[in-house]
Design a protein around this ligand. Structure first.
Ligand SMILES: NC(=O)c1ccc[n+]([C@@H]2O[C@H](COP(=O)([O-])OP(=O)(O)OC[C@H]3O[C@@H](n4cnc5c(N)ncnc54)[C@H](OP(=O)(O)O)[C@@H]3O)[C@@H](O)[C@H]2O)c1
Length: 351
């Protein structure tokens, strides 16, 4: 039953995906005499905690009850509540703020680590942002069976199947920001919005890497409103007229000093972290992905492999750049999992 209740807490927490960043996703289930007497979740950034949410709906006496929660709770709200047992999925990522010892010395029984792996993955963004104050970065690309990101003409619509495309929108819903390079804007003219049916939508901030602001006035990413915002990352040497044009379009601009003609991704994630952006999904293309991997800021990789073959030595591959010389220097993913989605296989793993 312990796993069952924790699974339910995770399920509740997931209802707020896209709305809590940079807060954690938290769900709670309160059990007394083998009966669920309360449930709750943290609904949006700055809103009451999952426990407060749940307590506000319970009418009966909770003395002696057991709380299932995916992330270690605050001390004060538990200590005088009457809750006698805590089942915690994962500890506070900031060890200096952990309350476990305090719970135990207050006579509250504590069990840590139920469905730990699932709980850690649920809040991997929160954990990373808490520890480093920079966004958790993941990449996702779709490639053909012969390892291409697009045809030799740059056409990539669509490599993956419909089911994998839906998977992309779930990723977009989860993150605070999504990034592509200016060639992708030129070639695909993407909206970079979240499109899912049956759920409330949360659009990520669209981040475009464009050294000198060469973006067409017709680009969809320049259509900005209160729900779909855009941030351009450019060089400090962006021409004045381009800067003026973009700012007039309503986009935000961050200018970063180039190093060896490149904008360093470490500077980009630092700037985004200062804006309270806790997660960045880099969707492509090949050149931007190469820069991201070269700078060492990528934490997680998703790659969809579609059963299509397009050939062409000039057709780009997912990670461009100069590349390494020896296999021993390859980036090797950890905790690799794969899932069949429609006819595609989606790999995921950590760096
Ligand atoms: N299948 C998929 O999942 C997928 C996803 C996205 C895009 N795509 C495809 O990918 C293609 C576009 O890829 P791409 O490689 O040509 O372009 P891109 O990565 O979208 O954009 C490249 C631009 O970003 C700049 N850039 C990259 N790293 C930089 C850095 N560190 N500092 C400053 N500027 C930097 C490049 O400058 P430099 O020229 O100076 O390097 C270039 O101007 C399109 O065909 C698109 O359809 C496919």
């Amino acid at each position: 039953m312990k796993e069952f209740y924790m699974k339910r807490a995770i399920e509740l927490a997931e209802k707020a995906v896209g709305f809590v960043n940079p807060d954690p996703l938290v769900g709670v289930v309160l059990v007394k005499d083998n009966r669920v007497i309360g449930e709750g979740y943290h609904k949006e950034y700055g809103a009451p905690s999952a426990i407060e949410e749940m307590l506000s709906t319970i009418k009966e006496d909770i003395y002696g009850s057991e709380l299932y929660i995916n992330l270690e709770p605050e001390f004060d709200i538990i200590v005088n509540s009457g809750i006698k047992k805590l089942y915690i999925g994962m500890l506070n990522p900031d060890k200096t703020k952990s309350n476990i010892e305090k719970f135990i010395s207050s006579g509250i029984e504590v069990n840590v680590g139920i469905l730990k792996e699932e709980c850690e993955e649920l809040n991997e963004i929160y954990k990373h942002y808490t520890l480093f104050k920079t966004p958790f970065v993941f990449t996702k690309w779709a490639m053909t069976l012969d390892g291409k990101l697009a045809t030799k003409t740059g056409d990539s619509k669509w490599i993956s199947g419909e089911e994998s495309l839906r998977f992309v929108h779930h990723l977009r819903q989860r993150v605070a920001a999504i990034m592509v390079g200016e060639n992708t804007v030129r070639q695909d003219n993407p909206m970079l919005t979240t499109r899912l049916e049956g759920v409330q939508i949360s659009n990520p901030l669209r981040v475009i890497l464009s050294k000198y602001g060469d973006i067409s006035p017709e680009a969809n990413v320049l259509k900005v409103d209160s729900d779909t915002k855009t941030l351009i990352i450019s060089s400090i040497n962006i021409p004045e007229d381009k800067e003026k044009f973009l700012v007039n379009k309503g986009v935000q601009l961050i200018k970063i000093k180039e190093k060896n003609n490149r904008i360093e991704f470490k500077d980009i994630v630092k700037a985004l972290g200062e804006m309270k952006i806790d997660s960045l999904y880099i969707e492509g293309g090949s050149s931007v992905l190469a820069s991201a991997f070269e700078s060492g800021i990528v934490n997680k990789v998703y790659a969809a492999i579609a059963p299509k073959i397009i050939g062409g030595k000039d057709a780009i591959t997912p990670v461009g750049g100069i590349g390494i010389e020896r296999m021993k220097d390859a980036i090797v993913l950890k905790n690799v999992k794969h899932e069949i989605v429609g006819n595609d296989v989606i790999f995921k793993g950590y760096i």
